[in-house]
Each structure stands twice: as structure tokens, then as C-alpha cells.
Ligand binder design. Structure first.
Ligand SMILES: *[C@@H]1O[C@H](CO)[C@@H](O)[C@H](O)[C@H]1NC(C)=O
Ligand SMILES: *[C@@H]1O[C@H](CO)[C@@H](O)[C@H](O)[C@H]1NC(C)=O
Ligand SMILES: *[C@@H]1O[C@H](CO)[C@@H](O)[C@H](O)[C@H]1NC(C)=O
Ligand SMILES: *[C@@H]1O[C@H](CO)[C@@H](O)[C@H](O)[C@H]1NC(C)=O
Length: 460
């Protein structure tokens, strides 16, 4: 024992003060234990990370969406079949209904086939993963025998102690529920429903520019209160270099653009070009995802200058964190800008959040800064759009080509998440590429497949 201590001390001395003549000492170290097999540990690590990569949230989500689709279609089929039975008097209506039912059956058959495909895949994945996990565990047990210095065991004990401590602390200080909403007070009451479409127009350039956004500035400059704006992705459905302004809603509908276009830059795309459709106009400035960067750009329409705000490291951009549904992802929808009663928000996702929706308040100022941030448990690629109203984030998903559902909400005042909002949006075109709430008139502005639509938000 004593000898061991001396040897260790001596080893230290030789490292730190090598060249002192008079206290020169010689150490002989003999390692009686086996050398630790570092290469083995690193293969185990590699295999473990491969194993984790095989199981992605996307796989679970796909299954969930398929089941949801099936759940929605079966009651409709039932309804249509009973209608068919009632109509069965040999006339034309029955023939038509029969065709509808046949179509539905085909769709359901396709869904079941895809479901069968995913479940088979899942079963295989589960078996493989189980086998891999068992191998890994065996390997780790073996590696632990090398742990003569008891480091791993020490870690395990610490982990156990920490868990006990946390449990103890949680029973002592149960989470205190806030009794009052600290902020996010909504003067109009609670979000209850939305109406059927109010305005439905192609405006100028009928049929062109599938992707874009439009709306009203919630904080307009004096004299511009009735103005409307429109941004169309004119370059490859991805980029745009100007905002189009109209003096009123009817001017936008009939396509008389006065005062007309305000250019960011004559080239498209280039630095600070608009990337993706989810942009908003607020306080006389356009907020959008900057070209080829995980940044928010703010284009001041008066000075025609751009200031940028860098989002956190790991933010997904360039079509890596899009809005999606089962059959399609909407390109370059990584960043979704939104307005509500309290200003501008940005909705995005990061690698460290595993692709889940993250919501940040943008603080006005020069340059704009990132305010408070909230993390949700909704996977961004499983939803189709979002908007903000009264400090609450609302998230939509694709049900079918006629219907979108507001299914989820996140209240920034309380942190409460709801997965059962259940408000349906009647669509005029199959896809909504941008959706934004205007607190001035409580209108939702939607843009998709070259059409612009409004819905009135009903509060109670
Ligand atoms: C890691 O995976 C490879 C190939 O899948 C396998 O041959 C090897 O035995 C595994 N190693 C460990 C330590 O599990
Ligand atoms: C599921 O797929 C397997 C293999 O492709 C097939 O043998 C089986 O009949 C399918 N089951 C159904 C219910 O379609
Ligand atoms: C919401 O409005 C739609 C269409 O106006 C209506 O069919 C639906 O029943 C309403 N939903 C609720 C929860 O009030
Ligand atoms: C745009 O620039 C003008 C002139 O400098 C300034 O008064 C205004 O506050 C700016 N707007 C925004 C939103 O930064």
C-alpha cells in the first residue's frame, strides 16, 4: 500500500519537474492488470449510435398518421354506404354514390397496404434492434470486468443517488401551478372556432406563383392602415426579391398594385433574398428567412435596408426542417414567421430539439433580438403550418385535400400543450403554404396553390 502511494507520487514528480538533479528518482511501473480495450469500447459506442439512428420519430409518426387517416375515412365510408342503401331505387344517384364508395374503398385499400408495409418494417426493426441491444449489453458487461479502478461502478452509484435525490426533492417541492396568467392576456376572450372562407381570390397573375404569403400589417404606419401586401416566390418556387403593395383589399383582388413593388435587391436569389413562403409584414418591415442561412431577415420598406438576426446554433434551414404531411414536404418552410397582438414570433426547429417545434419571440429593436423561447413536443415534419393568436401557438395538420385541422396549441403564458383542439379549416385548394393571423381584424390569411383565402377567427 505504502509503496503504491510512493510510486504514484514519484510518477507525478517525473511529469511535472523533470530536470532537477538532486531529487532525481527512477520509477518502475508495472501494470499488472490487462490493458483496457479502448477499440472495443468505441465499436460498442458506434453500434449503439447506429442503433439509435435506426429508430427515428418519423417512423412512429408515419404509423400514427396512417392510423389517423384510416380512422377518418372509415366513418365516412359507413355514412356513404348507408346513403347508397337509402337511394337504392335504381336511378342515377345510386350509380354516382356507388362510384364514390368505390373510390373510398380504393383509398382505404391503399392506406391498409401502406400500413401493412410500415408494420412489417417495424416488426423487423424491433427484432433487429432487440438483438443488437442484447449484444451491446453483453459487450458492456464484459468491458466492466476491466474496470478495476471501479470508475464505472462509481458512476452507476452516483446516478442512483442522484435519482433518489431528485425523487426526494420532487416530493418535498411539488411543482407549483401558476394561479394567474403572467402574460398573454387575450382581450377578445378564448379562441373558439374559425368561419368558412370569406375571401377567395387569385389576384394578379392568376394561376402563377403557387407559393407565397399575403396579409395586412398589424402595426401600419400612418396613412397605410388599409394597405395589403403580397409576396410570391418567383424564383423556382423558393425565393423572392420583392414585396407587392396594394392600397386596399379590393385593389389586391382586382390586381391593381398601387403603390406597387418594393425591391430588396435586383438579383434573385442573392444575399438576403426571401427564402420560403412563411413571411410577415409588421411595423413597415418584412420578416422572413434569409437566403441560405438559419437567420431571420428584417427588410425595412422605408429605408429598403435589411438587418439580420441569427437563430441558435443547430437551427435547421435550407429545407432540412420543413412542414410536411404524409405525401409531401413543403420546400423551404424551415422558418415560419408569425404575428399576433404582441408582435412578431418565429417558429422553427433545431437538431438539439430533435426536430420538435421551437417558438421564440422576436424583440423589436435595432437590430432585432431573440426574446424568450419555448420548446414543444410536436414534431415539425408532422405538421403543415402554424399561427399565433393572443400568445398561443396553433398548429395545423393535413387531413385531406378539402380539410386542414388545427389540432394542437401551446399557451406561452402557462406552458400548457393541447393535442385535441379539433378545429377544422375548409380549404379551397389542397395545400396551405402560409397561414398568418392579423390581430387588427382577427382574420386568418392563408396562401396556397396560387390562391389567397381569409377566415375570421371567432373568440368567445
Ligand atoms: C457491431 O456491429 C458489427 C456489425 O453490425 C458486428 O459485427 C459487431 O460484432 C458489433 N460489435 C459489438 C461490440 O457489438
Ligand atoms: C401484408 O404484406 C405481406 C407481405 O407483403 C403479405 O403477404 C400480406 O398478405 C399483407 N397483408 C395484408 C392484410 O394485406
Ligand atoms: C366551427 O365552425 C364550423 C363551420 O362554421 C362548424 O361546422 C363547427 O361545428 C364549429 N365547431 C365548433 C366546435 O363550434
Ligand atoms: C425603418 O427605418 C425608419 C427610418 O430609419 C425607422 O424610422 C423605422 O423605425 C424602421 N422600421 C423598422 C421596423 O425597423
Amino acid at each position: 500500500m505504502k509503496l503504491k502511494v510512493i510510486v504514484t507520487l514519484c510518477a507525478l514528480i517525473t511529469v511535472t519537474r523533470q530536470a532537477r538533479q538532486h531529487d532525481k528518482c527512477v520509477c518502475e511501473l508495472s501494470n499488472t492488470g490487462k490493458a483496457f480495450p479502448h477499440d472495443k469500447l468505441s465499436t460498442v459506442e458506434d453500434n449503439a449510435s447506429k442503433c439509435t439512428n435506426n429508430i427515428t420519430p418519423q417512423k412512429t409518426l408515419e404509423l400514427e398518421s396512417l392510423l389517423l387517416g384510416l380512422e377518418r375515412r372509415l366513418p365516412r365510408l359507413l355514412e356513404d354506404v348507408s346513403m347508397l342503401e337509402k337511394e337504392d331505387d335504381g336511378d342515377l344517384y345510386a350509380v354516382l354514390s356507388l362510384q364514390v364508395v368505390e373510390n373510398e374503398l380504393t383509398e382505404i385499400k391503399q392506406l391498409i397496404d401502406r400500413l401493412n408495409g410500415t408494420t412489417l418494417g417495424h416488426q423487423q426493426l424491433t427484432t433487429e434492434t432487440n438483438k443488437q441491444l442484447e449484444d451491446l449489453r453483453a459487450e458492456m458487461v464484459q468491458l466492466e470486468t476491466y474496470d478495476t479502478t471501479q470508475v464505472v461502478k462509481g458512476h452507476q452509484d452516483n446516478h442512483r443517488l442522484r435519482k433518489d435525490l431528485d425523487q426526494c426533492r420532487n416530493t418535498l417541492f411539488p411543482t407549483i401551478q401558476p394561479t394567474q396568467r403572467p402574460h398573454g392576456y387575450c382581450p377578445h376572450g378564448q379562441f373558439r372556432n374559425i368561419t368558412t372562407p370569406r375571401v377567395y381570390t387569385a389576384g394578379e397573375y392568376a394561376g402563377s406563383y403557387k407559393y407565397g404569403a399575403w396579409g395586412r400589417d398589424p402595426k401600419p404606419e400612418a396613412g397605410k392602415e388599409s394597405w395589403y401586401w403580397r409576396v410570391m416566390l418567383t424564383s423556382g418556387d423558393k425565393h423572392s426579391n420583392y414585396v407587392r403593395l396594394y392600397s386596399s383589399l379590393s385593389a389586391l383582388i382586382v390586381g391593381v398594385a398601387k403603390p406597387g413593388s418594393v425591391m430588396i435587391h435586383s438579383s434573385n436569389p442573392t444575399t438576403n433574398t426571401i427564402q420560403g413562403p412563411n413571411v410577415v409584414l409588421y411595423g413597415g418591415a418584412l420578416y422572413y428567412n434569409c437566403y441560405n442561412k438559419p437567420d431571420v431577415c428584417r427588410f425595412n420598406l422605408t429605408t429598403t435596408t435589411v438587418t439580420t438576426l441569427e437563430l441558435p446554433r443547430g437551427t435547421r434551414f435550407n429545407s432540412k426542417g420543413n412542414f410536411c404531411h404524409l405525401d409531401e414536404c413543403y420546400p423551404y418552410t424551415d422558418l415560419d414567421l408569425a404575428t399576433d397582438e404582441s408582435g412578431v414570433w418565429v417558429i422553427y426547429t433545431t437538431s438539439q430539439d430533435f426536430g420538435n417545434l421551437v417558438l421564440s419571440k422576436l424583440e423589436e429593436g435595432d437590430p432585432p433580438t431573440l426574446g424568450q423561447t419555448w420548446r414543444t413536443s410536436v414534431y415539425k415534419q408532422g405538421v403543415t403550418n402554424t399561427f399565433m393568436a393572443c400568445g398561443v401557438l396553433y398548429v395545423t395538420r393535413y387531413v385531406n385535400k378539402d380539410t386542414e385541422e388545427i389540432f394542437y396549441s401551446f399557451d406561452t403564458a402557462t406552458g400548457a400543450e393541447r393535442f385535441n383542439v379539433g378545429i377544422f379549416i375548409k380549404k379551397m385548394t389542397p395545400n396551405i403554404y402560409s397561414l398568418n393571423y392579423s390581430p387588427v381584424d382577427k382574420i386568418l390569411h392563408a396562401y396556397g396553390d396560387a390562391y389567397m383565402v381569409t377566415y375570421k377567427v371567432l373568440f368567445s
